[in-house]
Design a protein. Structure first.
Length: 372
Protein backbone atom coordinates (compact mmCIF):
# COMPACT_ATOMS: atom_id res chain seq x y z
CA UNK A 1 0.00 0.00 0.00
CA UNK A 2 1.28 3.44 -0.88
CA UNK A 3 -0.30 5.22 2.09
CA UNK A 4 -2.66 4.56 4.96
CA UNK A 5 -5.79 6.46 5.89
CA UNK A 6 -6.89 7.12 9.46
CA UNK A 7 -10.12 5.96 11.06
CA UNK A 8 -12.72 8.71 11.54
CA UNK A 9 -15.75 9.48 13.70
CA UNK A 10 -19.04 8.13 12.36
CA UNK A 11 -21.44 11.10 12.17
CA UNK A 12 -24.77 9.94 10.73
CA UNK A 13 -27.86 12.02 10.07
CA UNK A 14 -31.17 10.17 9.77
CA UNK A 15 -33.17 12.10 7.18
CA UNK A 16 -36.85 11.44 6.49
CA UNK A 17 -37.81 11.49 2.79
CA UNK A 18 -40.96 9.88 1.42
CA UNK A 19 -41.60 6.55 3.17
CA UNK A 20 -37.93 6.03 4.01
CA UNK A 21 -35.15 7.35 6.12
CA UNK A 22 -31.98 8.17 4.24
CA UNK A 23 -29.13 7.56 6.67
CA UNK A 24 -26.32 9.86 5.49
CA UNK A 25 -22.77 9.38 6.79
CA UNK A 26 -19.98 11.75 5.66
CA UNK A 27 -16.82 9.82 4.79
CA UNK A 28 -13.47 11.62 4.46
CA UNK A 29 -11.68 8.56 2.97
CA UNK A 30 -12.76 5.65 0.72
CA UNK A 31 -14.66 3.05 2.73
CA UNK A 32 -16.99 0.13 2.33
CA UNK A 33 -19.88 0.90 4.67
CA UNK A 34 -23.03 -0.90 5.73
CA UNK A 35 -25.91 -0.16 8.07
CA UNK A 36 -27.53 -2.97 10.06
CA UNK A 37 -31.09 -2.74 11.39
CA UNK A 38 -32.73 -5.69 13.16
CA UNK A 39 -30.25 -8.07 11.55
CA UNK A 40 -30.79 -6.76 8.02
CA UNK A 41 -27.82 -5.28 6.16
CA UNK A 42 -28.21 -2.20 3.97
CA UNK A 43 -25.39 -1.46 1.52
CA UNK A 44 -24.59 1.60 -0.56
CA UNK A 45 -24.14 0.17 -4.01
CA UNK A 46 -24.83 1.05 -7.60
CA UNK A 47 -26.48 -1.91 -9.32
CA UNK A 48 -24.43 -4.32 -7.22
CA UNK A 49 -21.07 -2.51 -7.04
CA UNK A 50 -20.40 -1.07 -3.58
CA UNK A 51 -19.60 2.65 -3.62
CA UNK A 52 -16.43 3.57 -1.73
CA UNK A 53 -15.23 6.86 -3.26
CA UNK A 54 -17.94 9.25 -2.15
CA UNK A 55 -18.15 12.14 0.28
CA UNK A 56 -21.33 10.75 1.84
CA UNK A 57 -22.40 7.15 2.24
CA UNK A 58 -26.20 7.01 1.93
CA UNK A 59 -28.53 4.19 2.98
CA UNK A 60 -32.22 4.10 2.18
CA UNK A 61 -34.08 2.20 4.90
CA UNK A 62 -37.83 1.80 5.45
CA UNK A 63 -39.10 4.14 8.15
CA UNK A 64 -41.25 1.41 9.64
CA UNK A 65 -38.24 -0.88 10.16
CA UNK A 66 -36.08 1.68 11.97
CA UNK A 67 -39.07 3.00 13.93
CA UNK A 68 -39.61 -0.50 15.30
CA UNK A 69 -35.94 -1.33 15.93
CA UNK A 70 -35.08 2.08 17.49
CA UNK A 71 -31.39 1.40 16.89
CA UNK A 72 -28.95 0.85 14.06
CA UNK A 73 -25.33 -0.06 13.60
CA UNK A 74 -22.90 1.54 11.16
CA UNK A 75 -19.89 -0.55 10.09
CA UNK A 76 -17.11 0.61 7.80
CA UNK A 77 -13.82 -0.69 6.49
CA UNK A 78 -11.28 1.66 4.95
CA UNK A 79 -10.48 0.25 1.51
CA UNK A 80 -7.57 0.64 -0.90
CA UNK A 81 -9.39 -0.32 -4.07
CA UNK A 82 -7.47 -2.13 -6.78
CA UNK A 83 -8.49 -3.94 -9.93
CA UNK A 84 -7.74 -7.21 -8.16
CA UNK A 85 -7.22 -8.08 -4.49
CA UNK A 86 -8.21 -4.75 -2.88
CA UNK A 87 -6.85 -4.25 0.65
CA UNK A 88 -8.93 -3.28 3.69
CA UNK A 89 -8.35 -2.05 7.22
CA UNK A 90 -10.03 -3.69 10.22
CA UNK A 91 -13.77 -2.88 10.50
CA UNK A 92 -14.96 -0.01 12.69
CA UNK A 93 -18.42 -0.38 14.18
CA UNK A 94 -20.70 1.94 16.15
CA UNK A 95 -24.20 1.52 17.51
CA UNK A 96 -26.73 4.35 17.52
CA UNK A 97 -30.02 4.61 19.38
CA UNK A 98 -32.88 6.14 17.37
CA UNK A 99 -35.95 7.95 18.69
CA UNK A 100 -38.79 8.00 16.14
CA UNK A 101 -41.79 10.26 16.59
CA UNK A 102 -44.26 7.89 18.22
CA UNK A 103 -46.20 10.43 20.23
CA UNK A 104 -49.60 11.43 18.98
CA UNK A 105 -49.23 14.99 20.28
CA UNK A 106 -46.78 17.48 21.82
CA UNK A 107 -44.25 17.34 18.97
CA UNK A 108 -41.21 19.63 19.16
CA UNK A 109 -39.65 20.73 15.88
CA UNK A 110 -36.68 23.00 15.38
CA UNK A 111 -36.32 24.77 12.02
CA UNK A 112 -33.26 26.55 10.66
CA UNK A 113 -32.66 28.06 7.26
CA UNK A 114 -30.27 30.61 5.76
CA UNK A 115 -27.48 29.84 8.18
CA UNK A 116 -25.03 30.87 5.43
CA UNK A 117 -22.07 29.15 7.04
CA UNK A 118 -22.70 30.15 10.69
CA UNK A 119 -22.15 26.63 11.98
CA UNK A 120 -21.63 27.19 15.71
CA UNK A 121 -24.48 29.71 16.21
CA UNK A 122 -26.78 27.37 14.28
CA UNK A 123 -25.92 24.40 16.49
CA UNK A 124 -26.43 26.54 19.60
CA UNK A 125 -29.78 27.93 18.42
CA UNK A 126 -31.03 24.41 17.66
CA UNK A 127 -30.48 23.41 21.30
CA UNK A 128 -33.71 25.26 22.19
CA UNK A 129 -35.65 22.10 23.05
CA UNK A 130 -32.60 20.24 24.38
CA UNK A 131 -33.13 16.49 24.59
CA UNK A 132 -36.90 16.97 24.09
CA UNK A 133 -36.38 17.72 20.38
CA UNK A 134 -38.39 15.41 18.12
CA UNK A 135 -37.49 16.65 14.62
CA UNK A 136 -34.81 18.91 13.16
CA UNK A 137 -35.50 20.75 9.89
CA UNK A 138 -32.66 22.35 7.93
CA UNK A 139 -34.43 24.28 5.22
CA UNK A 140 -31.83 25.38 2.71
CA UNK A 141 -28.97 27.86 2.33
CA UNK A 142 -27.17 26.40 5.31
CA UNK A 143 -24.02 27.27 3.36
CA UNK A 144 -23.68 30.10 0.86
CA UNK A 145 -22.73 27.80 -2.01
CA UNK A 146 -21.78 24.24 -2.91
CA UNK A 147 -18.34 25.32 -4.07
CA UNK A 148 -16.31 23.20 -1.61
CA UNK A 149 -16.80 19.82 0.06
CA UNK A 150 -16.78 21.49 3.47
CA UNK A 151 -19.59 23.88 2.49
CA UNK A 152 -21.66 21.15 0.88
CA UNK A 153 -21.34 18.87 3.91
CA UNK A 154 -22.40 21.56 6.39
CA UNK A 155 -26.12 20.60 6.61
CA UNK A 156 -25.20 17.00 7.48
CA UNK A 157 -22.58 18.14 9.98
CA UNK A 158 -25.05 20.44 11.77
CA UNK A 159 -27.69 17.69 11.70
CA UNK A 160 -25.28 15.32 13.44
CA UNK A 161 -24.09 17.81 16.05
CA UNK A 162 -27.72 18.59 16.98
CA UNK A 163 -29.25 15.10 16.82
CA UNK A 164 -26.23 12.77 17.30
CA UNK A 165 -27.83 10.53 14.67
CA UNK A 166 -30.63 9.73 17.14
CA UNK A 167 -33.51 11.93 15.93
CA UNK A 168 -35.12 12.34 12.51
CA UNK A 169 -34.18 15.31 10.32
CA UNK A 170 -35.51 16.85 7.14
CA UNK A 171 -32.91 18.55 4.97
CA UNK A 172 -34.02 20.57 1.95
CA UNK A 173 -31.93 22.54 -0.49
CA UNK A 174 -31.97 26.30 -0.96
CA UNK A 175 -31.06 28.34 -3.99
CA UNK A 176 -27.52 29.05 -2.78
CA UNK A 177 -26.95 25.29 -2.52
CA UNK A 178 -27.33 25.17 -6.31
CA UNK A 179 -24.28 27.30 -6.95
CA UNK A 180 -20.67 26.17 -7.13
CA UNK A 181 -18.64 23.27 -8.41
CA UNK A 182 -20.49 20.59 -6.45
CA UNK A 183 -24.04 21.76 -7.25
CA UNK A 184 -24.22 19.29 -10.14
CA UNK A 185 -23.27 16.48 -7.70
CA UNK A 186 -25.61 17.60 -4.92
CA UNK A 187 -27.40 14.24 -4.87
CA UNK A 188 -24.22 12.83 -3.31
CA UNK A 189 -24.57 15.12 -0.30
CA UNK A 190 -28.32 15.46 0.32
CA UNK A 191 -31.19 13.09 1.13
CA UNK A 192 -33.64 12.63 -1.74
CA UNK A 193 -36.78 10.60 -2.32
CA UNK A 194 -36.30 8.50 -5.44
CA UNK A 195 -33.94 11.12 -6.87
CA UNK A 196 -36.15 14.14 -6.14
CA UNK A 197 -36.04 17.00 -3.65
CA UNK A 198 -39.84 17.21 -3.37
CA UNK A 199 -41.87 14.60 -1.54
CA UNK A 200 -44.37 14.17 1.23
CA UNK A 201 -43.47 12.52 4.49
CA UNK A 202 -45.36 11.20 7.53
CA UNK A 203 -43.69 11.44 10.93
CA UNK A 204 -45.95 10.36 13.80
CA UNK A 205 -49.06 12.55 13.65
CA UNK A 206 -47.54 15.00 11.16
CA UNK A 207 -47.60 15.05 7.37
CA UNK A 208 -45.23 17.42 5.65
CA UNK A 209 -45.25 18.33 1.96
CA UNK A 210 -41.68 19.24 1.08
CA UNK A 211 -41.46 21.43 -2.03
CA UNK A 212 -38.41 22.58 -3.98
CA UNK A 213 -38.41 25.75 -6.07
CA UNK A 214 -34.78 25.46 -7.15
CA UNK A 215 -33.26 28.80 -8.08
CA UNK A 216 -34.87 32.17 -7.43
CA UNK A 217 -34.38 33.67 -10.91
CA UNK A 218 -35.21 32.41 -14.39
CA UNK A 219 -33.06 29.78 -16.07
CA UNK A 220 -31.76 32.28 -18.62
CA UNK A 221 -30.49 34.79 -16.02
CA UNK A 222 -26.90 35.80 -16.78
CA UNK A 223 -25.76 34.88 -13.26
CA UNK A 224 -26.23 31.18 -14.08
CA UNK A 225 -24.49 31.19 -17.47
CA UNK A 226 -26.82 28.47 -18.70
CA UNK A 227 -26.04 26.00 -15.88
CA UNK A 228 -29.63 25.42 -14.69
CA UNK A 229 -32.90 24.08 -16.14
CA UNK A 230 -35.58 24.45 -13.47
CA UNK A 231 -38.60 25.40 -15.56
CA UNK A 232 -39.41 21.84 -16.64
CA UNK A 233 -38.44 20.50 -13.21
CA UNK A 234 -41.10 22.76 -11.63
CA UNK A 235 -43.66 21.51 -14.16
CA UNK A 236 -42.95 17.93 -13.05
CA UNK A 237 -43.30 19.09 -9.46
CA UNK A 238 -46.73 20.53 -10.28
CA UNK A 239 -47.80 17.03 -11.31
CA UNK A 240 -46.50 15.72 -7.97
CA UNK A 241 -48.55 18.29 -6.04
CA UNK A 242 -51.63 17.45 -8.11
CA UNK A 243 -51.19 13.73 -7.35
CA UNK A 244 -50.49 14.30 -3.67
CA UNK A 245 -53.48 16.53 -3.02
CA UNK A 246 -55.70 14.12 -4.96
CA UNK A 247 -54.55 11.24 -2.74
CA UNK A 248 -54.52 12.94 0.63
CA UNK A 249 -56.51 16.13 0.33
CA UNK A 250 -59.92 14.54 0.35
CA UNK A 251 -59.38 12.11 3.20
CA UNK A 252 -62.25 12.30 5.64
CA UNK A 253 -61.25 12.04 8.39
CA UNK A 254 -57.66 13.15 7.80
CA UNK A 255 -55.08 10.51 8.64
CA UNK A 256 -52.75 13.16 10.07
CA UNK A 257 -53.29 15.43 13.04
CA UNK A 258 -51.04 18.22 11.79
CA UNK A 259 -49.98 19.01 8.24
CA UNK A 260 -47.77 21.71 6.84
CA UNK A 261 -45.92 22.76 3.70
CA UNK A 262 -42.14 23.15 3.85
CA UNK A 263 -40.12 24.99 1.22
CA UNK A 264 -36.99 27.11 1.24
CA UNK A 265 -38.50 29.70 -1.11
CA UNK A 266 -41.91 31.18 -0.15
CA UNK A 267 -43.48 30.69 -3.56
CA UNK A 268 -46.60 32.69 -2.62
CA UNK A 269 -44.50 35.86 -2.54
CA UNK A 270 -44.56 38.10 -5.61
CA UNK A 271 -41.83 40.67 -5.38
CA UNK A 272 -43.55 43.09 -7.72
CA UNK A 273 -43.49 46.85 -7.34
CA UNK A 274 -45.66 48.81 -9.82
CA UNK A 275 -43.20 51.69 -9.64
CA UNK A 276 -40.28 49.48 -10.47
CA UNK A 277 -41.99 47.03 -12.80
CA UNK A 278 -41.10 43.38 -13.22
CA UNK A 279 -38.34 42.21 -10.91
CA UNK A 280 -35.82 39.46 -11.63
CA UNK A 281 -37.17 37.43 -8.67
CA UNK A 282 -40.73 37.45 -10.03
CA UNK A 283 -40.62 34.10 -11.75
CA UNK A 284 -43.06 31.30 -12.53
CA UNK A 285 -46.10 33.39 -11.61
CA UNK A 286 -48.60 31.01 -13.23
CA UNK A 287 -46.95 27.89 -11.80
CA UNK A 288 -46.60 29.23 -8.27
CA UNK A 289 -50.13 30.67 -8.29
CA UNK A 290 -51.39 27.23 -9.29
CA UNK A 291 -49.41 25.56 -6.48
CA UNK A 292 -51.03 27.97 -3.98
CA UNK A 293 -54.49 27.22 -5.40
CA UNK A 294 -53.96 23.46 -5.29
CA UNK A 295 -52.80 23.63 -1.68
CA UNK A 296 -55.55 26.05 -0.59
CA UNK A 297 -58.39 24.20 -2.28
CA UNK A 298 -57.38 20.59 -1.87
CA UNK A 299 -54.72 20.00 0.77
CA UNK A 300 -55.54 22.69 3.34
CA UNK A 301 -52.29 22.80 5.31
CA UNK A 302 -52.37 24.06 8.89
CA UNK A 303 -49.47 26.38 8.09
CA UNK A 304 -46.51 26.87 5.76
CA UNK A 305 -42.87 27.02 6.86
CA UNK A 306 -40.31 28.91 4.78
CA UNK A 307 -36.86 30.49 4.70
CA UNK A 308 -35.01 32.43 2.01
CA UNK A 309 -36.15 35.98 2.80
CA UNK A 310 -34.00 36.23 5.95
CA UNK A 311 -36.89 37.01 8.27
CA UNK A 312 -38.51 35.52 11.34
CA UNK A 313 -42.16 35.85 12.23
CA UNK A 314 -45.63 34.88 11.05
CA UNK A 315 -48.10 36.48 8.66
CA UNK A 316 -51.72 35.66 7.91
CA UNK A 317 -54.00 36.52 5.04
CA UNK A 318 -53.26 39.20 2.48
CA UNK A 319 -49.94 40.80 3.30
CA UNK A 320 -46.54 41.59 1.93
CA UNK A 321 -44.84 38.27 1.18
CA UNK A 322 -48.23 36.62 0.52
CA UNK A 323 -49.35 38.35 -2.65
CA UNK A 324 -50.62 35.07 -4.17
CA UNK A 325 -52.95 34.41 -1.25
CA UNK A 326 -51.72 31.29 0.56
CA UNK A 327 -54.66 30.63 2.86
CA UNK A 328 -52.89 29.19 5.90
CA UNK A 329 -50.60 31.09 8.30
CA UNK A 330 -47.08 31.53 6.93
CA UNK A 331 -44.08 31.13 9.21
CA UNK A 332 -40.68 32.52 8.23
CA UNK A 333 -38.07 30.69 10.29
CA UNK A 334 -34.54 31.67 9.39
CA UNK A 335 -32.64 34.92 9.82
CA UNK A 336 -28.86 35.36 9.77
CA UNK A 337 -27.67 38.44 11.62
CA UNK A 338 -23.99 39.33 12.14
CA UNK A 339 -22.44 36.41 14.05
CA UNK A 340 -25.81 34.91 15.01
CA UNK A 341 -28.61 33.05 13.28
CA UNK A 342 -32.26 32.97 14.35
CA UNK A 343 -34.35 29.85 13.90
CA UNK A 344 -37.80 28.77 14.82
CA UNK A 345 -38.98 26.37 17.55
CA UNK A 346 -42.41 24.85 16.89
CA UNK A 347 -44.36 22.94 19.51
CA UNK A 348 -47.46 21.20 18.17
CA UNK A 349 -49.82 20.44 21.01
CA UNK A 350 -53.56 20.42 21.66
CA UNK A 351 -54.35 21.40 18.07
CA UNK A 352 -52.27 24.52 18.15
CA UNK A 353 -48.71 25.53 17.33
CA UNK A 354 -46.65 27.50 19.82
CA UNK A 355 -43.83 29.10 17.84
CA UNK A 356 -40.75 30.79 19.31
CA UNK A 357 -37.89 32.42 17.45
CA UNK A 358 -34.41 32.40 18.97
CA UNK A 359 -30.73 32.88 18.25
CA UNK A 360 -27.66 31.20 19.66
CA UNK A 361 -28.47 32.08 23.29
CA UNK A 362 -31.80 30.20 22.97
CA UNK A 363 -33.76 33.12 24.44
CA UNK A 364 -36.99 33.72 22.50
CA UNK A 365 -37.07 37.11 20.78
CA UNK A 366 -40.60 36.62 19.42
CA UNK A 367 -43.48 34.22 20.00
CA UNK A 368 -46.68 33.51 18.15
CA UNK A 369 -49.48 30.96 18.15
CA UNK A 370 -51.58 29.22 15.53
CA UNK A 371 -54.87 27.58 16.47
CA UNK A 372 -55.95 24.77 14.15
FE1 LIG B 1 -32.37 31.41 -0.33
Amino acid sequence: MKHRFSAFEICPAVCAAGENYIICVPTPVPVLMSVFIAGEEFTNDFCGVKISSTHVQKFTVPQALLDRAKKYTVVYEIIYREAYSSKKEAPVRENFAFQPIEKTDDIRIYHLSDVHGRKDPAISAAQYFGSALDLLILNGDISSSSQTVEETLLPLKIAFYVTKGQKPCIITRGNHDLRGLLAERIDEFYPLDHGLFYYSVYLGPIRIMVLDCGEDKNDDHSEYAGTIAFHKYRQKETAFIQDTVALQGREKPRSDRYRFVLSHIPFMHTDYDPQRGVHEFDIEQDTYSYWVKLLNDNWKPDFGLFGHIHRIGMIRGEAKFNEKGFAAPIVFGGKPLDDDVFGCAIRLKDNRAEISFNGKDCTPVQKCYIMF
